[in-house]
Design a protein around this ligand. Structure first.
Ligand code: APR
Length: 234
């Protein structure tokens, strides 16, 4: 493959699995232990905000305790490598952890939001957040108590950065999916969109995903191994 100039990388929970953060649909995954409809929807938050805050506080403490793994580090190095050559890495993640940023990536499109941010339902402001959120936590901007929610895109809500993602896909030379099952749209549809655009597509995953047949090429194994290998071979 001639050295690509612009690379679009879509990551999912599998890229953070070796950092100790659980995936959703693997054996023992989060959605096999918790019902997403009672924790990850606007209706669930309206019904029991304390329960939803407790669930995300637990996940937030796990993220803060986690560290980037070699897959994150390799993707941060790839961003610098491409930028130094006048190209770009378009890093779109479904993950709500901050491990890509902590690994050094400067441009990360968090299409499902960020666990370390809180959004005020009253004034819509978004704030960095590392502590536990409680029902009574006042908004730092408008001081309304009980109006803060995790800045996470829940089921039934519109993902973020869709226009930027679309534009990035149209300028990419290569599309790479890392650590995602291809189960949730619109992210699961990006590989088909890339193919329509004539872009070469790679899957880097522990095992073939639901979308495996749509990829031109693949490397299967732990992300901390296959991602650095893939990037070294570019
Ligand atoms: N290295 C690489 N891939 C891995 C590893 C690993 N160490 N461990 C697991 N995987 C792969 C699994 O084989 C699976 O294909 O990562 C994928 C994880 O799939 P999911 O658990 O479905 O996670 P994801 O694809 O990110 O889910 C998408 O669903 O619930 C929503 O908002 C949530 O962002 C999430 C979205």
């Amino acid at each position: 493959m001639a050295s690509p100039r612009n690379i679009f990388v879509l990551t999912g929970a599998g890229v953070s699995a070796e950092s100790g953060l659980g995936t959703f649909r693997d054996r023992g995954g989060m959605w096999s232990r918790f019902d997403p409809m009672t924790l990850a929807t606007p209706e669930a938050f309206a019904r029991d905000p304390a329960l939803v805050h407790e669930f995300y506080n637990l996940r937030r403490s796990g993220v803060i305790a986690a560290a980037p793994n070699p897959a994150h580090t390799a993707l941060a190095a790839l961003e610098t490598h491409l930028r130094d050559r006048g190209g770009a890495l378009f890093l779109c993640t479904q993950n709500v952890d901050d491990l890509h940023t902590r690994a050094g990536n400067r441009a990360v499109m968090h299409m499902h939001g960020e666990l370390l941010k809180a959004r005020c339902l009253a004034c819509e402001t978004v704030h960095p957040w590392r502590d536990d959120l409680f029902v009574g936590t006042p908004c730092p901007a408008c001081n309304r108590a009980g109006s803060l929610r995790p800045d996470i895109v829940w089921f039934g809500e519109m993902p973020k950065h869709l226009e930027a993602i679309d534009a990035a896909l149209r300028t990419a030379d290569v599309f790479v999916a890392v650590g995602t099952s291809g189960a949730v749209y619109p992210a699961a549809g990006y590989v088909a969109q890339a193919r329509t655009l004539g872009i070469r597509t790679w899957e880097l995953n522990l095992e073939p995903s639901d979308n495996a047949r749509l990829f031109d090429a693949a490397r299967y194994g732990p992300a901390s191994v296959v991602v650095p290998e893939f990037i070294t071979a570019l």
